[in-house]
Each structure stands twice: as C-alpha cells, then as structure tokens.
Design a protein around this ligand. Structure first.
Ligand code: NAD
Length: 522
C-alpha cells in the first residue's frame, strides 16, 4: 500500500477509535491490535494473543499478539534493511520527523492521557505530564538533527586536520516498563532515531496500547518503512530474543535490577552496547532548619505520586530528630487526606497500582516492616471500599522509627510505602541515604546553603534536588543513576546520544607526504 494511502487509513482508524471514545469513559468495545513490522500491521506468527486490562477497574482494553522469536527475527530483518537508507537521510531531515511527531503528540495529548489513566492507572495530571515529557523530548531531539556535535582539535603535525563525528550503530532493541508508557519510549527511541539508528520496540505487556499508539504516531509523522517496528509480548519470549539476536547491536532497557542483570548477561556473548536504567531506593533528607510544610508537600508528591511506582519515588525519608515528631504528624495527616480512585476521576489523588502481583508484593512489605519492628503509622492495607475492589488499590503507607538497614529501607517496594528514618546529623543522614545499593535520586530540605552544597557533593546519586522532592527531571539534563541503578549510561540531554552513537575519529593529512604521529613532530 503506498505510504500516503496507508497514512490515511491509519488516521481513519484513529478517528474511528476517538469517535467511540469519550474521555474518562470506557471504550465501546475493545480492539485487536497487531505488531508493526516492515511497514505492515501483522499478527504474531503463532496467532496467540494476550489481553490488556485496566488496573483501575479490570475493564478490557485491547487484545495483542503474543509474539515470539520468529516475530522478533522478522522485525530485526526489517530494521536491518531500513538502516542502510535511514543512516544516510540527513540528520536535520530526521529531526524534522521528530518535530512532526512532537506536534502529533501535542494534538493527541488529552486522548493519550485519558488512555494512560485507564491502561496504566496514573491520575490525569500525571498522565498529561508523561505525554508532555515525550513532547519535550521530541522537540529537544528534533533539534539535535541540526547539532549532533562532534569535536575538532588541532593536530600535532602541520597541514593535518582532525575531528570526531557521531556515527549511528544499527538496529536498537528498545525494552520498556509500564510506569511511564509514553515518556520512557521517547527517551530511548527519539535519540536513537535522530542519530540514524533503526528500532525494534518491545513495550511492557501491562501497557501495550500506549506502546502501539506511540508507534502509530511515529509512522504518521513520516518515518520510512522498517525504521521503527513493534513486537508485543513477554520479557522471556520477545525481550530475550531481541537481546540475543546477533543483528541487534544496542539494547536499551528500563526495568528492574533483576531484569537488567539478566539482559547484561545475555548480551555479553554478542558484546552489545547495553544501556540499563534500573531500580531506585530514593531518600529525602529533612534537616532541623527545613521549611516543614514545603518538605511535607515534596514528600507526599514523591512518595505517593504515581502510587509510588516511579523509579525516583521517595521510599525513604531521613529526618533530623529536632523536627521528627512534627514532620511525622504533618505527613501522616497529609497521607490520610489522599483520596484513592480511578485516575480519570477529577478528585483522585492516588490511582491503582499496576496489577495484582504488584499489590501482593507491596502488601508483603507491610508484613516485613512490621516483623522488623518498624512502626506502622498509617495505611498498610489493600483498599476495597466504594468499588475499589474492582481494581488494585493500596492505602498510602508510612512506617516510623525505621532503621536504615531494615529491608523496607533497603529494597525497592515500588508502591505507595515510605519509611521515616530518624537521624542526629547531616553526616548521619548522608551515610543513611548512601547506604543502599541503588543511586538514582536524592533530595534535601534545608535553608542552610553550606549544608545544601555538602549534600550536592556527597549524596551518591545521579540526580539530587535541593528543597524539592525526588521527582522532577527535565529532558535536557542527563537522567540516570549510580551503583545498581544502571551501568554508567544516561538518558536525556546530550548524554543520551552516547548510548546510540559510536565516536569516529577522522584524520585528514593535506601535507602531501607521509607524516608519522608522535615521530615527525619536530
Ligand atoms: P521489569 O524489569 O519487570 O520489566 C521491564 C521490561 O523488561 C518489560 O518490557 C519486560 O517485559 C522486559 N523483560 C523482562 N524480563 C526480560 C528479559 N529476561 N529479557 C529482556 N526483557 C525482559 O520492570 P517493570 O516492572 O516493568 O518496571 C519496574 C522497574 O523499572 C522498577 O524496578 C523501576 O525502578 C524500574 N524503572 C527504572 C527507571 C529508571 O529510569 N531508572 C524508570 C522507570 C522504571
């Protein structure tokens, strides 16, 4: 089918879907979706499918291909074939497609946010923020099409010129989690595309509709056939096949530490570039001189926003003893005011968690905290009143008198649970904050500029906030963490390009004779 015709068909399908869909309401019937390989929407080779359902109320959202190795092979073949031409498209032209994509996302922002509230569960304001992040990334990376800066340096020899340039690598495997179903694919795919790579994308099985919409809009923006492909299915069947495929040169994964380790091991044999964004156990420090009301706002947003399911969520609050009792009182009162409900309802503060397994894991940590001797101050239970039993809701939970080495203060819970840890001094606070295996985000509330600067220097995390929570990254600074949060790479900002490009150093000798570096230098 010619591209123009295909685009019209896709636009028609979208209009029809929108016509059936009133924001905040259930779709009138669900749809069967397909993989997108070599410019065609196709079923899985096996013909098998899986369902996406809403964590808010269990309603069915869509049916997706349950793909396997053969589907991955087809998608990688398509991406490999497309690379030869895509890498030669001038980068500013590649960037223009990203600008168009950003505009399409902006046009679709409300529709995508409503869908996200249903499929992933986050509240609408946050869902809009998730889409906005992808819009910002589109325009930022679109601009890279006219930058992609390399370096020129002087030569030690006469009549010689030298420079370094960024080269695309080839086929990139993109594997994403469900918690930022539009933003995270944008962090990976947009820098990969503007740099001239082609993509096989495996979205999380909990949010496949949003992954599909993302690709649909990229295609509508004008990406040529084969440049982006989507293969739906599980981490074992699709993710692993992608990681092991010899023609996939780069893997970019956001997920749990355990998945990251498995991916790194599987990719080692092929010496692939592996970019990992993994878990967090982020801490907010509140010192005696802090603005406590501001700190409470920051903690509530960071601990309970997205139902605590952010890699940057504040699951620890390290509090100097002088303000511990007052902060605890204000925090518990604020948490108890939060209203649980479906993300699309106007008065909802905290939406559901992603699935039953997550609900069980979060609740098991309440038991673990109690058994360890921490004091349960509020929450600690599954919420099932007023129809909440149709979804997966957990009450915002705060533990007090937590020791830094307790499991609830060490392990990623990924739910609306936070632990208050009393300390005597800034030094003790920083030791506790750093005393976990992860190193993503940290924050300190203080009015003392000297203490703030010591914290900026000494907190061992990839991101540090002063007088704000642990959440709030913008797309033009590097995003990622130290220690077990990753493997040294960063998303966003200029740093993102390092994942998706190889440096090539080029030497041009225009002296007309053989000049030997380090030897003919006199
Ligand atoms: P997950 O690790 O279970 O899954 C992530 C993705 O990896 C999914 O698409 C999954 O299907 C796939 N996968 C699973 N096993 C695989 C394998 N063996 N090979 C290849 N792919 C495989 O994580 P999740 O539950 O979707 O997301 C939550 C986790 O993601 C948390 O640990 C959170 O901290 C982390 N996260 C990190 C960041 C960050 O930027 N550091 C951002 C968001 C989420």
């Amino acid at each position: 089918m010619p591209r123009a015709e295909r685009r019209t068909t896709q636009r028609g399908a979208r209009l029809l879907r929108n016509a059936l869909y009133t924001p905040g309401m259930a779709l009138l019937g669900t749809k069967t979706y397909k993989n997108y390989i070599a410019g065609e929407w196709v079923d899985a080779v096996s013909g098998e499918t899986f369902e996406s359902t809403s964590p808010a109320n269990g309603e069915a959202i869509g049916t997706f291909p349950l793909s396997g190795e053969e589907d991955v092979e087809r998608a990688v073949d398509a991406a490999k074939a497309a690379f030869d031409e895509w890498r030669l498209v001038p980068a500013p032209k590649r960037g223009e497609i990203l600008f168009r994509f950003g505009q399409l996302l902006a046009d679709q922002k409300e529709d995508l946010a409503q869908l996200m509230a249903r499929e992933m569960g986050k509240v609408l304001a946050e869902a809009r923020g998730d889409v906005q992040e992808a819009i910002d990334m589109s325009f930022y990376m679109g601009g890279e099409g006219r930058r992609l800066f390399g370096q020129t340096t002087p030569s030690e020899l006469r009549d010689k010129f030298q420079m370094s340039v960024r080269m695309p690598i080839g086929v990139v495997g993109v594997i994403t989690p469900w918690n930022f179903p539009i933003a995270i694919p944008s962090w990976k795919m947009l820098p990969a595309l503007v740099a001239g790579n082609t993509i096989v994308f495996k979205p999380a099985t909990d949010t496949p509709t949003l992954g599909e919409r993302f690709v649909e809009l990229l295609v509508e923006a004008g990406l040529p056939t084969g440049v982006v492909n989507v293969v739906h299915g599980g981490g074992g069947a699709v993710g692993e096949a992608l990681v092991r495929h010899p023609d996939v040169r780069v893997i970019s994964l956001t997920g749990s530490r355990e998945t990251g380790v498995a991916v790194l091991k599987a990719a080692a044999e092929g010496l692939k570039h592996v970019h990992l964004e993994l878990g967090g156990k982020n801490a907010i420090i509140v010192l005696d001189d802090a603005d406590l009301d501001l700190a409470v706002d920051g903690i509530v947003w960071s601990a309970f926003g997205t139902s605590g399911q952010r890699c940057t969520a504040a699951s620890r609050v390290i509090v100097q003893r002088g303000v511990y009792a007052e902060l605890q009182g204000k925090l518990v009162a604020a948490a108890e005011r939060l209203r649980l409900g479906a993300g699309w309802e106007d008065d909802t503060d905290v939406g559901p968690v992603i699935n039953e397994q997550a609900l069980e894991k979060i609740h098991s940590y309440t038991g673990i905290g109690r058994d360890e001797g921490a004091k349960l101050l509020t929450g600690g239970e599954v919420a099932s009143d007023n129809g909440l039993d149709r979804g997966f809701y957990y009450r915002p939970t705060i533990f007090g008198d937590v020791e830094p080495d307790m499991r609830i203060a060490q392990e990623e819970i990924f739910g609306p649970t936070t632990a208050l840890i009393p300390v005597d001094s800034l030094d003790e606070a920083i030791r506790a904050a750093n005393g976990v295996k992860y190193g993503l985000s940290s924050s300190i509330f203080t009015r003392d500029v000297n203490k703030a600067f010591r914290a900026m220097r000494d907190l061992d995390t990839g991101i540090t906030y002063i007088n704000a929570g642990t959440i709030g990254a913008e797309v033009h600074l590097p995003f990622g963490g130290t220690k077990d949060t990753g493997n040294g790479h960063r998303e966003a900002g200029q740093a993102a390009l390092d994942v998706f490009t190889e440096w090539k150093s080029i030497y041009v000798d225009y002296s007309g004779r053989l000049q030997k570096a380090q030897i003919d230098t006199d």
